[in-house]
Design a protein around this ligand. Sequence first.
Ligand code: NZQ
Ligand code: ZN
Length: 378
Amino acid sequence: MENFSYHNPVKIIFGRQTIAQLANEIPANAKVLMTYGGGSIKKNGVYEQVKAALAGFDLLEFGGIEPNPHYETCMKAVELIRKEKVAFLLAVGGGSVVDGTKLIAAAVSFAGNPWDIVARRAPFASALPIGVVLTLPATGTEMNGNSVVTRAATQEKLSFSSPLVYPKFSILDPETTYSLPPRQISNGVVDAFVHVAEQYMNPPANAPLQDYYAESILKVLIEEGPRALSAPQDYNVRANVMWAATMALNGLIACGVPQDWSTHEIGHELTALHGLDHGQTLAVVMPGVWRTLRAQKFDKLLQMGKRVFGIAGGSPEERVEAAIDATENFFRSLGTKTKLAEYGLDETVIEPVAQRFAARQHPFITPDMVRKVLRQRL
Ligand code: NZQ
Ligand code: ZN
């Protein structure tokens, strides 16, 4: 096992009707800005619950944070915050609202060009405190210090990470997820599955606890993901998916093991350039990454095949192939397409993605690797 340090300060408040507890978590005299997305919270009752919980608070609103949150939109919120002297940010929505709010929190007191926080990973000294009401289980952003932001003008989708943007608390009420469209349920299950894979499908590190933990998250997603689609009002199913997604990317299973985020990094380019949903890009890219880096992922593919999918027969090579196929079939069973052609894309998309990694001089993802991965996914 590798050395590690682990500190996760996020308070999780989980369960039915927990939005009512908001007032206990936010300083009573703080001016609060509620950030949200395109309006789903106004249709499913979450907006009313937040307003009721914070009656008596000095509460402003900033809506319109789009999926794959735009830097440009976030900067409008920064202007408002500076003008109104907001002291606390409350993000209400999916991963995009939370991620956008993390950038907003960091940018408010940043002296330079805030895009540098993302593009150059420029350090920042402080951030406004953030609270979260999560409505879409997927990204893990509710319990981590990561944020992914898109600059619409240049079609760049980049991330930053800082302990300063960990939420102070995250409220996870599984009932808020009943209103999710099937596409977003599937995207979320795929995203959480791939988060586990990026931290697990790597050379063995003699870390059996992390392995079993990762495998148990995968199993819960495989068992409960399809049920979330077939029985959308089943509370326990929604609760299990929500908690699994949080545990998939809160740093715990990454302790002491190697990670490889190639699938995410290549996937982000497909979102930036072609608008695929985050989860859709992962379902397309990951089987290609696994086959391209088959040697270094071989032992864990075998292990996952056996422990998660129950694949026992055949030669090791056949079992590894079967494990990759089983994963792709799981994504397809959720209704998520896994080939570029199914999203109307052909081989012309490959070179521009490869060139982005060339320009970035990425230490691990070479243009040639990108070509190999994506050629398999036409
Ligand atoms: O904008 P609204 O109207 O709220 O609608 C959203 C949006 O259209 C809708 N939605 C959310 N909750 C709903 C709902 N609709 C009905 N009922 C509800 N309860 O769903 C749509 C997608 O929302 P979005 O927030 O974009 O989805 P998700 O949570 O999957 O977040 C994706 C973003 O997170 C980033 C992705 O790259 C992408 O930008 N990621 C963030 C990570 C992190 N911070 O750690 C890690 C991930 O790997 C990922 O990269
Ligand atoms: Zn992801």
